[in-house]
Design a protein around this ligand. Structure first.
Ligand SMILES: Cc1cc2nc3c(=O)[nH]c(=O)nc-3n(C[C@H](O)[C@H](O)[C@H](O)COP(=O)(O)OP(=O)(O)OC[C@H]3O[C@@H](n4cnc5c(N)ncnc54)[C@H](O)[C@@H]3O)c2cc1C
Length: 496
């Protein structure tokens, strides 16, 4: 039975929501969680992730504190490097073209490691991301791109850990419970209308934390805010993030904030279903394009595949693919690099062709102009500065010369069969526009006044990401701001 009241109600059961619930409990508040999805589809986009999470660390000692299981032998064969707060600040500024709200970034970066340790203290476990984020060169792994750690068991493991922690802390999750609107008046927010088990109910509370995701799964809002063509994108994750949290807050007077026409979107299997499939998880993504080339329907390259480590380009290249004729591209590799391809290239549900000659390959690329494709590959092959050594662990500067669309790193002549090609379309991950919050994660109204009793965290806050995104920051943002929102809501509920 859904209770009639609670100190704090958290809307959503992804990473941001569950961190908020734990933090509110720490303040001594009673907390319940409303999850729109049924239990077997619960956990939002969080459950679809690999659990990769970006945080600042000064060296292996910091990592060992977080992951005491790291053994000396592992440390000896790995260069974990460091990812300092300054690097994190620089990455946020660079990829968002200096648009990210400095106050939010300050919290995200400075609280990143302590929030990881907070999770660790609540029983969460983390492991290094060998393979995806570190290649073995001359017998040694070397991490690159500021992303070193993932949650044990990936996204599903993270959601399970959250459930366990919620249970241990007396937090009840109600599945199939959809928050519909906020109860609010001059004194702020004091409850919600909820649809639960086919019935409308009223739930009173002292504070609400909205953590119900973005509007990525709502094709009408996508088209309205992201623009024409975005109705055609595939959704990488949950079908339940339709913008409810944002809508409820706006209806109550909250201010919109951030990059409403922007989103995180990637290259995603051309034949993937409309929404994410939990059995496949993030496997439809195809993130190894820096080691090959991408061709569109005209048989042309259209983007610098090697502009930067994939962590800093993948989230904006989905939009570039969406703009191509037919909204698709083919990624092409030769045998020299296929051992570097991520595990997602070896799943059963993959749109792939192979060939022993380039002539044969271009004929197999569905919907592509074969003559032009061959011409493009030959021009690309002839343009590479092969005197520069190839190294997948660094930005090696092995580039093309004289092409209209350059490739800046990891350029290799396509000359070693078998050739492999993978068809991708645009998969949207989450939207960037959302609600304006204070540094206490309290929602601001359109007059710039903090709304009593209303807090927000996760995908539905605006102001953090613009145009692009550094990989692994979504989970960190959810954890940092979820924790802040929960603490603030818990404190307010206990005080009120
Ligand atoms: C395939 C994929 C891979 C990814 N990989 C990574 C990665 O490795 N690292 C990383 O940092 N990020 C990754 N991301 C992004 C990451 O998933 C998100 O940034 C993060 O999980 C967002 O957390 P959240 O809690 O804000 O939202 P979510 O986890 O999406 O949770 C939102 C919750 O709100 C619920 N909800 C929606 N509407 C209502 C309503 N009206 N009432 C009640 N509940 C509602 C949903 O059911 C859901 O439980 C990935 C995303 C996808 C899709």
């Amino acid at each position: 039975m859904l209770p009639e009241s609670s100190d704090v109600v958290v809307v959503g059961a992804g990473n941001a929501a569950m961190c908020a619930a734990l933090a509110a409990r720490e303040q001594g508040a009673g907390v319940i969680v409303l999850e729109r999805a049924p239990e077997d589809e619960s956990g939002g986009n969080t459950r679809f992730t690999a659990g990769a999470i970006r945080f600042a660390y000064n060296g292996v000692a910091d990592l060992r504190e977080l992951m005491p299981d790291l053994i000396d032998e592992e440390i000896a064969r790995t260069d974990f490097g460091a990812y300092t707060e300054n690097q994190f600040f620089d990455d946020m500024a660079r990829v968002t073209e200096n648009r990210a709200d400095p106050d939010l970034v300050e919290l995200l970066v400075r609280r990143s490691r302590q929030t990881m340790m907070w999770l660790r203290g609540k029983g969460f476990r983390f492991v290094p991301i060998y393979g995806r984020q570190a290649f073995k060169v001359d017998g040694r792994f070397r991490f690159w791109g500021g992303l070193t750690v993932e949650a044990w068991g990936g996204g599903p493991g993270l959601v399970e850990a959250h459930k366990k922690a919620a249970d241990a802390n007396g937090i009840r999750i109600f599945y199939g419970a959809r928050a519909m609107s906020l109860l609010h008046g001059d004194d702020g927010v004091h409850g919600l209308n909820v649809r639960y088990q086919g019935k409308s109910r009223t739930l009173r509370c002292k504070a609400v934390v909205l953590a119900a995701g973005g509007f990525e799964s709502n094709p009408e809002w996508r088209t309205r805010y992201l623009g024409p063509g975005w109705d055609l994108a595939k959704v990488r994750g949950t079908r339940f993030n339709t913008g409810d949290g944002i809508r409820m807050a706006l209806d109550a007077g909250a201010a919109p904030c951030g990059n409403w026409s922007g989103c995180h979107a990637v290259g995603w299997d051309r034949n993937a279903p409309e929404f994410g499939d939990l059995a496949v998880g993030d496997g439809f993504q195809k993130h190894s394009y820096p080691f090959g080339i991408m061709l569109n329907a005209n048989g042309e390259r259209f983007v610098d595949e090697g502009a930067d480590f994939r962590n800093y380009t993948y989230a904006k290249y989905g939009a570039v693919i969406l703009r191509q004729p037919g909204q698709f591209a083919w990624q092409i590799f030769d045998k020299k690099v296929t051992h570097l391809l991520r595990d997602e290239y070896r799943i059963r549900q993959v749109t792939k062709v192979t060939a022993n000659t380039l002539e044969e390959l271009v004929e197999k690329l569905d919907d592509v102009n074969p003559a032009k494709a061959l011409e493009t590959i030959r021009a690309y092959n002839a343009s590479i500065r092969t005197g520069i050594a190839f190294d997948p662990n660094i930005k090696d500067g092995r580039c093309t010369e004289g092409l209209a669309v350059p490739k800046s790193n990891w350029a290799n002549v396509l000359d070693t069969p078998p050739y492999e090609a993978y068809a991708v379309s645009c998969g949207i991950t989450f939207t960037f526009g959302g609600l304006r919050i204070t540094t206490d994660a309290q929602v601001l109204d359109t007059d710039g006044t903090a709304m009593p009793g209303l807090y927000a965290a996760g995908e539905l806050i605006g102001g953090l990401f613009y145009f692009n995104y550094p990989g692994g920051t979504g989970l960190m943002s959810g954890a940092v701001f979820g924790r802040i929102a929960g603490s603030s809501a818990g404190r307010a509920a206990k005080a009120g």
